[in-house]
Design a protein. Structure first.
Length: 349
C-alpha cells in the first residue's frame, strides 16, 4: 500500500463527532484546559481511546493529565541575559522531565505578545514563562488564558502572575555607591533602551542613589545594549574633562565606553572609572578587567521553572521573587585623582 493510499489516523473532528461535542471542546481537553466539566472531559477521553486518537502530547496527557511541556515567550534571542536565562530554563525543565516550546517575539508590541500567547494556547503546554524585557504586561488589553499558569521574567505583571527577576535596583545602587565611595563627585550613566523594564529600574536606582548622597545627577545617555552604542556615547563622555566615573547599564556598552576612552586618551581607571552590569564571562578579559554587577541568570531561570511547575501541580501561585545581585570589583574602577579632571593624559598603549 502506498503512502497516499494509507488510511489517515483519526482527527480531532472524528473525536468531536464520537463524543458529541464541539471541536473546540476536544481541543480544550487535548491541551489540558481546566474549563471543561468532568463528565464532558471523560466522554472526550473515552472517544480518544476508542478511536485511537494518540498524538504524542495527547497520549502523555491521557496518562498523566499533563503534557510535560513549558511554553516560553521571549522578546529577543540576541540578548546575553535572555540567552543565559533561557539556557537555565531549558536545563531546569529537562531535569523535571519537561520540554520547552519557544515562541520568539521580534517586536515587543502588545499585538505581538498577544499573537504569541494565542499561538501557545494552541500548543500542548502546561504553562508559560514570559521573558519580554519591556513594560507590556501591565497593559490591561493583553489577555492571557486564565486557566494557564504563567510566570513573568524581566517585566511587570502587577499581582496577576508570579514574577521572578534580578534585583535590578540593588545592583545599580551597588555600582553607584561603589563609584561615589571611591571619591567621584558624581556618576554618569549610560542607560539601556527606554522600553526595557530592567534598564528603567537600573536608571531609577542610579538617580535615587545620587540624590540620596547629595550628588549632582548628570543627563542620562540612552544606548541600545550594544558595544557600538557604548562607543558612540563613550566618545561624548570622554570629551568632557569633568567626567570621572561612568556606570553602563550592561557590560557590552561598557566595552564600547572603554574603547572610546582609550581612543580619546583618557586612562582607565586613572582618569575615568567604568562599571558595567551583567558580569559576562568576557568581562574579566576586558582591558582593564571590568568592575561589574553580577546577575545570577541561572538562578532566575531555575526559580521561574520551579514557580511555574508549583502552580501546574498545585494550582497555587508562588509569591514573586527577586534574585540578589553582587558587585564584582576589578581593575576598571579606582579612586578619583585630582589630575583626572584633565583630559590630556596619554592613553596606555
Amino acid at each position: 500500500m502506498t503512502a497516499t493510499a494509507r488510511r489517515r489516523g483519526p482527527s480531532m473532528a472524528d473525536v468531536a463527532r464520537q463524543a458529541g461535542v464541539s471541536g473546540q471542546t476536544v481541543s480544550r481537553v487535548a491541551n489540558g484546559r481546566a474549563n471543561v466539566d468532568a463528565e464532558t472531559r471523560e466522554r472526550v477521553l473515552d472517544a480518544m481511546r476508542t478511536l485511537g486518537y494518540r498524538p504524542n502530547s495527547a497520549a502523555r496527557a491521557l496518562r498523566s493529565g499533563r503534557f510535560h511541556s513549558i511554553g516560553v515567550i521571549m522578546f529577543t534571542l540576541s540578548s546575553f541575559g535572555n540567552m543565559r536565562t533561557l539556557d537555565a530554563i531549558a536545563a531546569a525543565a529537562a531535569d523535571a522531565g519537561y520540554s520547552i516550546t519557544l515562541i520568539p517575539v521580534p517586536h515587543p508590541t502588545r499585538g505581538e505578545v498577544s499573537v504569541a500567547v494565542d499561538r501557545l494556547a494552541e500548543e500542548a503546554v502546561d504553562g508559560v514563562i514570559i521573558i519580554v524585557e519591556a513594560h507590556l504586561l501591565d497593559e490591561s488589553d493583553i489577555e492571557l488564558p486564565p486557566e494557564l499558569p504563567v510566570v513573568v521574567v524581566d517585566s511587570t505583571a502587577g499581582d496577576r502572575y508570579t514574577v521572578v527577576d534580578t534585583d535590578q535596583a540593588h545592583g545599580a545602587r551597588l555600582a553607584t555607591e561603589h563609584l561615589l565611595g571611591l571619591g567621584h563627585r558624581t556618576v554618569h550613566h549610560l542607560a539601556g533602551p527606554d522600553r526595557s523594564y530592567s534598564a528603567t529600574h537600573r536608571r531609577e536606582a542610579w538617580e535615587a542613589t545620587l540624590r540620596a548622597h547629595g550628588a549632582e545627577v548628570p543627563q542620562v545617555l540612552v544606548g541600545d545594549w550594544s558595544s557600538e552604542s557604548g562607543h558612540a556615547h563613550g566618545l561624548a563622555l570622554a570629551s568632557d574633562p569633568e567626567v570621572t566615573a561612568i556606570f553602563a547599564a550592561n557590560d557590552q556598552m561598557a566595552l564600547g565606553v572603554l574603547r572610546a576612552l582609550h581612543q580619546s586618551g583618557r586612562r582607565v581607571p586613572d582618569d575615568v572609572s567604568v562599571v558595567g552590569f551583567d558580569d559576562m564571562e568576557e568581562a574579566r578579559s576586558y582591558w582593564p578587567p571590568l568592575t561589574t554587577v553580577r546577575q545570577f541568570f541561572g538562578e532566575v531561570g531555575r526559580r521561574s521553572v520551579e514557580a511555574l511547575l508549583h502552580e501546574v501541580e498545585t494550582g497555587e501561585r508562588r509569591a514573586s521573587a527577586l534574585v540578589p545581585t553582587e558587585l564584582v570589583v576589578r581593575e576598571s574602577s579606582g579612586p578619583r585623582h585630582a589630575a583626572s579632571t584633565g583630559a590630556g593624559s596619554a592613553a596606555a598603549s
